[in-house]
Design a protein around this ligand. Sequence first.
Ligand code: HEC
Length: 89
Amino acid sequence: MRCTALCFAILVAAAPATLRAQAPDDAKLFEARCAKCHSVDKLAPGLAQRAPAAREKYLERFLTRHYAPDAAERKRIVAWLSAQAGAKR
Ligand code: HEC
């Protein structure tokens, strides 16, 4: 059996502590899940118009139905992307 995205998702769910220590990989996660359709530079200005707390709430809700169904992955993408938007303000 091929071990693809599903295996990865299970690993992510099973090892949150390990992954929290791998923050630089969050950029790679965005690359893998989002970058084929979005660049950070295109998303950041729109997101920067929201205050950080509202931005993360919006992303958390939106991404549940938008290419980040896995809760652990979504959390990492939300935190990383929100930080990018904050940096570009
Ligand atoms: C297959 C292409 C595709 C992928 C993959 C994708 N998106 Fe999108 N995304 C779109 C399209 C098309 C829209 C605009 C239509 C809409 O709002 O649904 C959009 C809209 C958005 C918006 C709202 C627009 C804005 O400026 O606020 C955000 C935020 C976003 N995507 C983030 C992400 C993130 C984060 C990921 C990765 C988890 C992702 N997208 C993956 C195609 C994609």
